[in-house]
Design a protein around this ligand. Structure first.
Ligand SMILES: [Zn+2]
Length: 101
């Protein structure tokens, strides 16, 4: 007697219902590997964990890249602001010297 759990699965090609061990079912979901229905149709779970991880990783890379760009832009603007402040300070100094001189 086996204590394995089975999961019912319907073939998307022919509609036949067949059973896969839960362990195998989870594995197929995780890996996206091909499997065959009793009528020989080649099936695979498309929304696999591997795919989800790849998607999330690509999202993460995108946002990290965006954050880096924004950080670069902020640093650029800060440098620009400091340069303007420097100019303004020099101008005020020159204006004061002109008034006093
Ligand atoms: Zn089938």
């Amino acid at each position: 007697m086996s204590n394995q759990e089975f999961v019912e699965h319907t073939c998307g090609e022919c509609g036949i219902v067949f059973c896969i061990t839960e362990e195998r079912y989870r594995q197929l979901h995780r890996t996206g590997d091909d499997f065959y229905c009793p009528n020989g149709h080649c099936r695979a779970f498309t929304n696999t964990d591997a795919k989800k991880i790849a998607e999330l990783t690509s999202n993460r890379d995108y946002y990290e890249d965006m954050a880096r760009r924004k950080q670069g832009r902020i640093e650029h603007l800060e440098r620009q602001l400091n340069s303007y402040r420097g100019h303004a300070k020099r101008r005020r100094k020159l204006q004061r010297q002109a008034r006093e001189g």
